[in-house]
Write a protein that binds this ligand. Sequence first.
Ligand code: CTP
Length: 448
Amino acid sequence: MKKVITYGTYDLLHEGHINLLRRAKELGDYLIVGVTSDSFDRGRGKLNVCNNVLERIEAVRRTGYADEIVIEDYVGQKIDDIQRYDVDTFAIGSDWEGKFDYLKEYCEVVYLPRTEGISSTMLRDEKQRIIRVGIAGCGSIARRFVPESSFVSGVTITGIYDTEPSAAESFVQNLNTGHIFDSYEALLEGVDAVYIATPHLSHYRLAKQAIVARKHVLCEIPLTLNREEAAELYALAEQNGVVLMEAHKTAHCPAFNHLMVMIKSGVIGEVVDVEASLSRLLPDKTRREFDATQAGGSLYESGSYPLLPIFRLLGTKYENLNLYSRMENGVDIFTKGVIRYPRAVCSFKLGLGVKTEGNLIISGTKGYAYVEAPWWKTDYFELRYEDQNQNKKFFYKWDGDGLRYEIQEWISCILNSRLTSSRLRRQESIAMAGVMQQFTERKNFIEI
Ligand code: CTP
């Protein structure tokens, strides 16, 4: 019996897939079809797949050509499968010409003619509503947003606004995107959703204005520096039926989320301590980060990062928070926070003028999780135990600048009318603003 194997995502199954499966089947007597798992596709940066793995398997099964369907879940699996199933021929569409010649060591490799004029990508584009996004603020983070958005389906950047017209002009020229609007109001009129990447103190006003105009909002961290303002914005977004999301990269990081659910499911026992740190030495003291009038300082700048694992694992109802800061010209160049819960204690360190190890350690009654710096863009973590033989290492992929994950979740929430995301809950975002507010009010605050 001649066995043939072929692989694909088979999203929105189309004529091209059916032709390919028929031709592959004709090459032998028994056809095995490898369908990619959802996590495998996400891991290789394919974030826009519409059907889940069960739907895609069912679609392949219904073609009647597959004698066996397997799930492709890891790089290198093709070699394992070919050997395990004693495969004679590996077949794939001609768009992959030459890419699988390395399999010739194990079996015959055949590139079958691809059906012209159809692909899952085309169907996804036709099917999908495209969200017109405006960008407010043309700084460095907004520059990274544009290329990252190209990895997400259903989004197009149509408008740009900056209080500094020359910044908007160079942005549009360099990135070859969007149309410049000369006021924020005009920008809002021309788009469905807005990404706010302006200095911190303008976030509340711009987000509120957009929400009232019924535009979806993705706002850079920190959303606001005040608990009531954050709560008001979320309530307003709910009333207006729009998605408000804080652009918190770590909250959308696949590895970080996996770590959080593993810990929640008890792999290190009960969590009693979370230590998270982040530091970035910036020699240029004229930057906005050091300007007290623009809400500079390490807590406002990056406090949202360590607060995320703390709030995610222990909740937002802490008993007490003490802040210890080294101040310079009105901004904290270093802040250490200690948060006490009824049965846990957490701490975080943030530095703009002080350097420290930037790792995340979560200690539990059975073991601990160690995430090395820079943990806020986790691609690797370890679970460690008393018996070192039980230690486990986990590796993931963090693509590009990582903004694509938050953009994808934001667009998915908009397209599916999901007003909140479980990746960063409203109460977590509001509690983060509460911590910023405590610092502003210098409550439980000691200068060191
Ligand atoms: N295929 C084909 N003709 C097409 C599209 C796909 O022969 N018009 C083949 C591919 O070469 C591959 C298999 O179908 O062997 C599964 O491909 P897949 O990547 O799932 O489909 P695409 O439509 O190419 O998906 P995408 O647009 O997401 O890349």
